[in-house]
Write a protein that binds this ligand. Structure first.
Ligand SMILES: N[C@@H](CCC(=O)N[C@@H](CS)C(=O)NCC(=O)O)C(=O)O
Length: 177
C-alpha cells in the first residue's frame, strides 16, 4: 500500500504504483501495444502529455480547495466562530475559487470544441485521466449544464464498454459533493 494511503494504487508484477497519471502511463506502456497513446513526435502526442498532467496538476486542485472551503463553511463550531468561518469561506470563494473553476471549465469546454477527444480524434489515456475532473465538474454543475461539450464528453466516457466493464469489476463509486 502507498505510504500516503491514497487511492488509486495498483500492484502488478511485484511493483506497486501510485498516482493516477503514473498508473495510466504504466498500464499504457506495459499493456497498450501502441494503443491509447498517439505516436511519438506528433502534435497529438504533445496534447496527450499535456492533458495527462493537466488533470491532476491543474484541474483537480481548485475542486479540492472548494471541497475544503465548503467543509469549513458547514463545520460545527461555537456560535461566535461560525460567522467568521463563513466570512472567510465566502471571501475565498468570491475572490479566487469561483473565478478559477469557471475559467478552467470554460477552457476545457473550448478545447473540447476542437476535436472529439482531448488529444485529437482518437480516444486516448489522456481522456481517461481527464474523465475524473470532468465528472466532478459535471456533477457540481448539474444536468443541463451551461457547458454542453463537457457534459457530452462525460456521457461519451460513460457509454464506452470499457468504462461499463470497469464499473462491473470494481463496483459503483460515488463522488463527494
Ligand atoms: N493526485 C493523486 C490524488 C490521489 C487522491 O487524493 N486520492 C483520493 C481519492 S480520489 C484519496 O485517496 N483520498 C483519501 C485521502 O486523501 O486520505 C492521484 O491522481 O492519484
Amino acid at each position: 500500500v502507498h505510504p500516503l494511503g491514497k487511492s488509486p494504487v495498483v500492484t502488478d508484477n511485484g511493483k506497486t504504483i501510485a498516482e493516477s497519471g503514473a498508473i495510466v502511463e504504466y498500464v499504457v506502456d506495459t499493456y497498450g501495444q501502441g494503443r491509447l497513446k498517439p505516436p511519438a513526435g506528433t502534435d497529438e502526442a504533445l496534447r496527450y502529455t499535456y492533458w495527462l498532467h493537466f488533470a491532476e496538476g491543474s484541474a483537480m486542485p481548485p475542486f479540492l480547495i472548494k471541497l475544503i472551503v465548503d467543509r469549513i463553511e458547514s463545520a460545527k463550531a461555537p456560535f461566535f466562530v461560525r460567522p467568521v468561518a463563513k466570512g472567510i469561506a465566502a471571501r475565498i470563494r468570491k475572490g479566487f475559487l469561483d473565478r478559477q473553476i469557471g475559467s478552467i471549465l470554460d477552457y476545457i469546454e473550448s478545447e473540447l470544441g476542437k476535436d472529439e477527444w482531448f488529444a485529437g480524434n482518437e480516444f486516448s489515456a489522456a481522456d481517461i485521466q481527464m474523465s475524473f475532473p470532468c465528472e466532478v465538474a459535471a456533477m457540481r454543475a448539474g444536468p443541463g449544464a451551461a457547458r454542453p461539450k463537457l457534459a457530452a464528453f462525460v456521457e461519451r466516457i460513460h457509454a464506452r464498454p470499457a468504462y461499463k466493464h470497469a464499473l462491473e469489476k470494481g463496483g459503483p463509486y460515488e463522488l463527494i459533493r
